[in-house]
Unconditional design. Structure first.
Length: 676
């Protein structure tokens, strides 16, 4: 090394030098340090490149999915569902959960983070709902809610998390400032022992709740099987003459896990919501717990229904991508993505068949009319659209060598998933108080040794599952099993829809005696016999017809339709029939029976002074043939048919959140119907 020292004027003062020889160790250390510096530099470079690509290229994995035209919607759905839904999964997984280019700075501020229910569900800054009034505290403009665009309309919806106790006032402030008149709640307050949402409306017992400057009054509350409609009055104490009406629709039939089995329920919910839409009101507020999964699913169905009706095609994939750009994790799981497709297929295949009571008579007249004798009526076309469900479910248990002889008809075998299971290891003590809802819904192999087969199926009622048991008329060898079923399922009413004296049925269809008769372990005694034109059965009913489908289907359908007419002032013969066909073979496969349902509804809901009267319950007049009187619960109900109808054979067939958002009956026994 040579060194030269200069003065301030750049004049050399002295020159000196020294020699140094690097050892092998020195060279190794220097080489290692240089290598480490290079590796660190390269690593930092890759990190920066990755971050930039992650921020700017979220859409690289998106697939070029074309919109689906209505004519091939069903075929496309089936194709994507094939091979265990491989195509659906590929589409869904290609959509980014979060678009990183959009910041969430406001949601992460300490004053705001406590308002979030889940740490990973935060609104983007660019489209979050900002509160314009408050108490002046820092962060008072924040609420976990996002504006969402509809099919064509900008900011048509507000997707929000379910309010926490400490954010209820902010929720009502948002409703007030955005002038929203409809709130759609797609959750219960508690599900699976977990709090999903605070109750932010008054109960019928209190009627009024005050949340700081907002007064919320409950004007009315109407309960239906799948949803509850509440009419609320919202007042701001800081503004004079400020009372507003808000409709709160809470959907109650979303299961704790998974999605609703019948997509028609969400189409029905959509019709209820749209019935209250006001052109002058603000965005529709929709929330579940996190405000992404169920909320995104409902919004997706509503927007794509508009698209289908306007364009005759749908871009479900593209719209879900749009949703994710506006709020993270919208349509949270694959099953919800598939459900949107199912709902659109349902509407595209079957349309809307719901009829308001006020339009019932004119609608039925239109259905019956024919443009010419050679053309089918609209009623006939509607009946032909009903699916047959040939390969809907298995019925393996009923066709085994041991059980096949227990069936009256080879074309009416109960499906495995909802057949009635008789427990052979259960004692006959009256202390037995098991709940049949605890039974498995399918006949698994491990159940076969502990249960006995009977040709009977659970049928859902208007208010819930397993309201009826539809059974064939017992054979001589199955009468003891029949009474075992009545006993175990606590059925208090049996409805037999024909007389035993019809044809040659008398010898093998009587499952009671004149006085007392023993059937296996059960002694059956006729306490009294009542003759009445009609009966009203408020609880369980077990209808019977010989094959357990034909007239029983009419009975169950009419029962459910009359309940719907009374509660909702609406009827849907098509959907009720479709549901029954999924629950038991040969249900309502006769056009005459289908037409009878419409005519029976017309008779039950007559027009008076231009208005349809409410559904009336006939009061039975009773004449007793026995001296001994029985209570209503012990009175057997008999609906006799004059003659056997011709049956068509169906084809077989409070602090900062630490939680991340999770991926998403009746006490009396069912009623039993018997066809004969």
């Amino acid at each position: 090394f040579v060194f030269c020292i200069f003065d301030i004027n750049a004049t050399p003062l002295t020159v000196f030098s020294f020699n140094h020889h690097f050892t092998d160790n020195d060279k190794a250390v220097i080489g290692f340090l240089v290598f480490l510096i290079i590796i660190t530099f390269v690593a930092l470079l890759f990190v920066r490149i990755f971050c930039n690509s992650h921020l700017n290229n979220d859409e690289e994995n998106l697939l070029p999915i074309e919109p689906i035209v209505a004519e091939v919607l069903l075929e496309t759905y089936k194709r994507k569902l094939a091979d265990e839904g491989r195509l659906f999964l590929a589409e869904f997984q290609s959509i980014p959960r979060i678009f990183s280019r959009y910041t969430v700075k406001e949601a992460k501020k300490p004053n705001n983070s406590v308002k979030n229910r889940y740490v990973d569900i935060l609104p983007y800054d660019y489209n979050r709902v900002q509160l314009t009034t408050g108490n002046g505290d820092q962060g008072c403009d924040y609420i976990n809610a996002s504006f969402i665009d509809g099919y064509k309309e900008s900011k048509k919806y507000i997707a929000a998390q379910g309010p926490k106790d400490e954010s209820v006032t902010d929720f009502w402030r948002m409703v007030w400032e955005q002038q929203s008149s409809i709130i759609v709640m797609v959750t219960r307050c508690e599900e699976g022992n977990r709090t999903k949402c605070a109750q932010y409306w008054p109960s019928p017992q209190r009627e009024t709740e005050i949340f700081e400057e907002f007064i919320v009054k409950l004007s009315s509350e109407n309960h239906c099987p799948d949803y509850t409609i509440r009419h609320l009055s919202l007042t701001n104490k800081k503004e004079k003459n400020s009372e507003r009406e808000v409709t709160h629709i809470q959907f109650m039939s979303w299961p704790d896990h998974g999605v609703p089995e019948d997509p028609h329920l969400l189409l029905k919910l959509r019709r209820r919501v749209n019935a209250f839409k006001n052109f002058f009101s603000g965005p529709i507020v929709i929330h579940c717990s996190a405000g992404v999964g169920r909320t995104g699913t409902y919004i997706g169905i509503d927007a794509m229904m508009e698209c289908l009706e306007a364009e005759g095609r749908v871009d479900i994939y593209g719209y879900v991508v749009r949703l994710r750009r506006q709020r993270c994790l919208m349509v949270q799981v694959e099953s919800q993505y598939i459900l949107i497709h199912q709902a659109l297929v349902e509407h595209n295949q079957f349309g809307e068949s719901e009829i308001a009571l006020s339009e019932l008579h004119s609608a039925v007249n239109s259905l019956k009319q024919k443009s010419s004798d050679s053309e089918p009526s609209l009623l006939e076309e509607e009946f032909e659209r009903l699916p047959t469900f040939k390969t809907w479910r298995t019925f393996n248990t009923g066709i085994t060598e041991e059980n096949i002889k227990k069936n009256r008809s080879s074309s009416v075998i109960p499906y495995d998933y909802n057949r009635v299971l008789l427990k052979i290891d259960e004692g006959y003590s009256h202390d037995s108080d098991h709940d049949e809802n605890d039974e498995e819904e399918s006949s698994d192999e491990e159940d076969e040794e502990s249960t006995k087969y009977i040709n009977a199926s659970y049928i859902d009622g208007y208010w819930g599952p397993r309201a009826f048991i539809v059974a064939q008329t017992p054979l001589p060898d199955t009468m003891a099993d029949f009474w075992l079923m009545v006993y175990q399922k606590k059925a208090s009413t049996i409805v037999m829809l024909s007389e035993c004296s019809v044809g040659d049925m008398e010898s093998d269809c009587v499952y009671w005696g004149n006085d007392k008769k023993v059937f296996g372990d059960f002694e059956v005694e006729v306490v009294n016999t009542d003759t009445s034109p009609t009966f009203i059965c408020p609880h369980v009913v077990l209808p019977l017809l010989s094959n357990g489908s034909s007239r029983s289907g009419v009975f169950c359908a009419l029962w459910n339709l009359l309940d719907s007419a009374e509660i909702e002032k609406l009827v849907d013969v098509f959907q009720v029939t479709k549901t029954l066909r999924k629950e038991r073979q040969a249900m309502l496969f006769n056009l005459a029976q289908y037409q009878f349902l419409y005519e029976a509804l017309e008779a039950a809901c007559p027009v008076q002074n231009g208005e349809v009267k409410a559904v009336q319950e006939d009061k039975p007049t009773t004449t007793t043939s026995n001296d001994q009187q029985g209570t209503a619960e012990n009175t057997p109900l008999v609906a006799a048919a004059e003659e056997e109808d011709k049956k068509e054979e169906p084809e077989k067939d409070s602090s900062a959140p630490t939680e991340t958002t999770p991926l998403e009956d009746t006490s009396n026994g069912p009623a039993v119907t018997v066809d004969a």
